[in-house]
Design a protein around this ligand. Sequence first.
Ligand SMILES: C[S@@+](CC[C@H](N)C(=O)[O-])C[C@H]1O[C@@H](n2cnc3c(N)ncnc32)[C@H](O)[C@@H]1O
Length: 398
Amino acid sequence: MLSNASVWPSPPPYSLVGKHGVSPETRHDERARFNFLAQLNAHLAANILPGNARAYETRAKPIFEREHQRAPQDRHEVRRAMLKDPHFQMWSALRRSSMELRQQAGRELVLRQLGQINRNAAALNADSPRLKLDPNFEAPTYLTKVDHHCMPGGYFTELAADDVSAAANYDVGIFATTAGGLGRYNDGAGHAVSGWLKAHYPNFKPKRVLDLGCGLGHSLLPVAQAYPEAEFVALDAAAPLLRFAHARAKSMGVHNITFVEANAENVPEADASFDLIFTTMFLHETSNKAIRRVLAETHRLSKTGSLIIHLEQPQFAGLSPYEQFMRDWDALYNNEPFWTGMHDMDMDALLEEAGFDRQKIFIDKADAVVDEEIFGKPKAQVEDYGRKASWHLFGVIK
Ligand SMILES: C[S@@+](CC[C@H](N)C(=O)[O-])C[C@H]1O[C@@H](n2cnc3c(N)ncnc32)[C@H](O)[C@@H]1O
């Protein structure tokens, strides 16, 4: 098969992206740029990416085998072989460039209206008991020292008082990077989690729920809406994201969440105080030491019988050296320094080390659930190593 275009849905137009109370305004040319980037990302995934496997099998691997009289044995050897291949060089450069372009496109339009976006957020956040920021909080350096996924200034840069520009940029551009794969409100992962919970635990009625590393609340809101009687605590280390997340949730009519600025390694909540703790696309942004502390916190904070759920891209164990090499791309070229470290870990061993019973660990798959009126019925997507809106959902019952 030369192309995967038939199974990769064409991204919907940017004009269909869901709006809320802190959405940046976009002009015609800005929407056109995001449309171009969404189409470019879909084209890269459907038509250019598959050429890497052919380049490996027909060029890079035979060359390696001639030189070493054996096949590449791990992702490092695959990388050494592939770095010289022109097809991989082209795909990798385009994928990196599309991310840089998205970030700069988002930053430009956010800076143009910085004052207005910050005023919109401030009006929604004023005197709210549901936004708990700590002016003395110090975020961990594994977060502050990195511009994750090439975000200019990372999660923490503040250009004005009560700034939300980092979050506004993240929000306005993620649709382009995912080619719409997370849905209208970029909340397909949250719907995947709430759908999984309803399917597997139809009678579950959590009273208190904790989301660690909530970010802008994209994945949080569908879970909070699925359990309107429950009290949610959403924790993140980045104040600009929390201001935005609180304002966004309020403007979307979701009122059962308290947003807290704190470190997930040291959560300011009592022992055994949550029935459900979940994380989405979070563990890979911590660190080798921090992930152990975070998992230990989930053990301390949960009750006997509580559910702990994590959503991430698949672990590397059991994947071919070629697939591991492809999945390593985000660590090397997308400013995700702990990406491969985390995906290489033995999660069962880590959960056991954190105090959980190995027998009560589970793992499943979860695909993004997106708005059918825009995207149509879900089709099988091609693999886009690290980008596909399809995850491993794993966790444990305490
Ligand atoms: C990729 S984002 C995912 C956000 C959100 N869960 C989602 O699904 O859209 C990861 C988030 O984890 C947060 N984070 C990473 N390490 C943290 C820590 N130690 N304590 C609190 N938040 C942390 C980052 O600030 C960032 O907002």
